[in-house]
Write a protein that binds this ligand. Structure first.
Ligand code: SF4
Length: 338
């Protein structure tokens, strides 16, 4: 299947300026050479700790922030060089659902105004009756009663507000939706409902998702494949099934070992691979493999040479010197983990 979205060597560097003349003294490499592809109707999870560049990647693809280099193609059309009317027209095909549903909804607009706005801007529906019909249908699609059309965002719960955010994102039947931590601000009891809604809408509307999350457990059941990011780079990329069954990168192994197991007997035996230290600053990342300051199996080479993201098996890419030197075998960190 050809990819709907193809991202190649995407870079987002932010200049750091100091002094009276605001001279550039360095740059924060928030995204530093990220590549992946997502097939039509599929979901790719982009996972990593806060500050790893996953949200920046999503925003750069949507052109909400400028990319420094690389390419992002939607159905073969280069998004990063689009300007003016062509960019506005393309925006219809790509939408975003934000983490904080309250902050992303204008508190002075009713649900009707919020959902009718994109329909008016893109000339999809005209006239009060047609607009009301479209908004009512959208509200029903996301599980909200159309009777609440004239209410304001503050009159809804967090989960309901995220449903409004999702309705706004799918109003124009986009091809691609970037979900930026769409459930992390919600109660655990509500998270599953929103995830189910996203899966249902994907089936109904044939949507393609890039799902940004810090929590691997959240993306497990909705993503076909997962890319794990650390300090602006992808360190492992493969199918969700393979990632959970046989993670190879030490960082992925540590992330997975932090997920609680629902079975109390196995949970009791679960051993956590605790990483020492904090994620280093992207302003001054460690040389070589960015992960070497926290990696339990780092070797000398890790401090000097940047490991390339390379296939170790069919459809399984890893960026790690030790995995490569072991012929694609993972370092033995998880053998005792539940
Ligand atoms: Fe650890 Fe070295 Fe592999 Fe980086 S390249 S993950 S430091 S072993």
């Amino acid at each position: 299947m050809s990819a709907l979205l193809e991202v190649t060597d995407l870079k987002v560097h932010f200049p750091v300026r100091r002094g009276v003349l605001m001279r550039q003294v360095g740059s924060v490499k928030a995204v530093d050479g990220v590549s992946f592809a997502v097939g039509k109707g599929e979901t790719l999870g982009l996972v990593g700790e806060s500050g790893c560049g996953k949200s920046t990647t999503a925003r750069a693809i949507l052109r909400l922030i400028p990319a420094t280099g690389g390419s992002a193609k939607l159905e073969g059309t280069e998004l990063l060089s689009l300007r003016g009317g062509k960019l506005r027209a393309k925006r219809r095909d790509m939408q975003m659902v934000f983490q904080d549903p309250y902050a992303s909804l204008n508190p002075r607009m009713t649900v009707f105004d919020i959902l009718a706005e994109p329909l008016i801007v893109h000339g999809v529906a005209k006239g009060k009756t047609e607009l009301e019909g479209r908004v009512q249908k959208l509200m029903s699609q996301v599980g909200l009663s159309p009777a609440y059309m004239r209410r304001y965002p503050h009159e809804f719960s967090g989960g309901q507000r995220q449903r409004i955010g999702i309705a706004r994102a799918v109003a124009l039947k986009p091809k691609l939706v970037l979900l930026d931590e769409p459930v992390s601000a919600l109660d655990v009891s509500i998270q599953a409902q929103i995830l189910n809604l996203l899966v249902d809408l994907q089936e109904q509307l044939g949507l393609t998702y890039v799902f940004v999350a810090h929590d691997l457990a959240v993306v497990r059941h909705v993503c076909k494949s997962i890319a794990v990011m650390y300090l602006g780079r992808i360190v492992e990329r493969t199918t969700t099934e393979r990632l959970f069954k046989a993670p190879k990168h030490p960082y992925t192994q540590a992330l997975l070992s932090a997920i609680p197991i629902p079975d109390p007997v196995r949970e009791k035996k679960r051993r956590r691979l605790v990483l020492s230290g904090e994620v280093p600053s992207p302003l001054n990342p460690p040389p070589g493999c960015h992960f070497h300051t926290r990696c339990p199996v780092a070797v000398d080479k890790c401090k000097k040479e940047v490991p390339r993201l390379e296939p170790v098996e069919d459809g399984h890419m890893v960026s790690c010197h030790v995995v490569k030197d072991r012929g694609g075998l993972a370092p033995d960190l998880m053998s005792d983990l539940g």
